[in-house]
Design a protein around this ligand. Structure first.
Ligand SMILES: [Zn+2]
Length: 329
């Protein structure tokens, strides 16, 4: 991008994950000027982690070619649980030991910039709304399908944070009441316990133990059995793998229909590692939605894959800084 295409003011977005930190500088229309990645080293505790967040941010600004003084504000996306208004992490499962941590103010002090904290899936949803597959829409739901299922909801440009910072936690909506599987959060019957990449692998292992039909999956060592391997086996015509992918699509459709009947959004997006399954998986989800949703919604709500990949988090976090610190928005 040439310098003249960069639209000031500029914002720094930081996406904190349990393993890696992604950071980049983003301009006023959501274009990333840089993207860097650094290890979180979460197990070394919050002090080292916050140093790494600051280091990732400084590297992202250096890589953008901008001066530090040109950065208007910082947006930090973090895995939960948190108190957004106080900028605190409460007890984040992916960051053991980072409990009751005033992460927003600690990072703001370290970087000497105004900083805003947002839930990582909310930030990713905002990124897609601002600069990705949800551009030119007014409301959107994003599901991120990975180890868990994250979710973010944008309505009329506003992130649904809820009164207690737990709005949009739709990976944990209940889709099963009887004989329900346990979710990683400890609850039972939650969408994440059925349709995350981790849950898909777990269901595959159980199915292999239960039925003795031949399957490509049987030749894969349990440690190498990933959602991607299951999808590839399905593509190769393996009946068990196909059934597992079909069931996953159905679970996701159930969750999506709940959200469609609650929010009535313009668009529902899926992102994360599992969308490597490509168009057939998306078509399965769409077909199941059509069978369950109100006809008007089934017809009008678009269901697509997200567009920004792993950059959505830091782009959306930068967008949150823009909302918080730019008076002209
Ligand atoms: Zn749960």
């Amino acid at each position: 991008m040439s310098d003249s295409d960069r639209r000031p003011p500029f914002y720094l977005g930081i996406d904190l994950g349990g393993t890696n930190i992604k950071s980049g500088v983003v301009d006023d229309v959501g274009q990333p000027l840089s993207a860097v990645s650094l290890e979180t080293e979460a197990e070394r505790g919050p002090e080292v982690g916050i140093d790494n967040l600051a280091a990732a941010g400084r590297r992202a600004v250096a890589a953008s070619g901008l001066a530090w003084a040109q950065i208007t504000g910082v947006g930090l996306g973090s895995p939960g649980t948190m108190d957004l208004s106080r900028g605190m992490l409460l007890e984040p499962p992916n960051l053991p030991g980072w409990n009751q941590l005033p992460i927003r103010d600690l990072l703001a002090k370290k970087l000497d910039k105004p900083t805003v904290l947002q839930n990582d899936a909310n930030a990713a949803a905002y990124g897609e709304y601002w600069a990705g597959a949800g551009r030119n829409t007014r409301s959107l739901v994003l599901f991120t399908l990975g180890t868990g299922i994250g979710c973010g909801i944008i309505d009329e440009g506003r992130i649904i944070e809820g009164r207690h910072s737990h709005g949009g936690e739709c990976g944990h909506i209940v889709i099963q009441m009887e004989n329900a599987r346990q979710c990683s959060c400890g609850g039972y019957g939650h969408l994440e316990g059925y349709a995350s990449a981790t849950a898909l692998v777990k269901r595959a292992i159980e199915a292999l133990e239960r039925d003795s039909t031949s399957s490509l999956l049987r030749s894969i060592p349990e440690d190498d059995l990933t959602s991607r391997a299951i999808n590839q086996a399905a593509d190769s015509g393996d009946a068990l793998a196909r059934r597992l992918m079909r069931e996953t699509a159905r679970y996701l459709a159930v969750g999506t229909v709940c959200l469609m009947h609650t929010i009535d959004p313009d668009i529902v997006l899926f992102s994360g590692g599992m969308i490597a399954a490509g168009p057939p998986f998306l078509e399965d989800i769409r077909n199941d939605i059509r069978a369950m949703a109100f006809p008007t919604l089934a017809q009008k709500v678009r269901v697509e894959y997200a567009a920004l990949g792993g950059d959505a988090g830091f782009i959306g976090a930068a967008g949150c800084a823009r909302m918080a610190f730019c008076k002209s928005v």
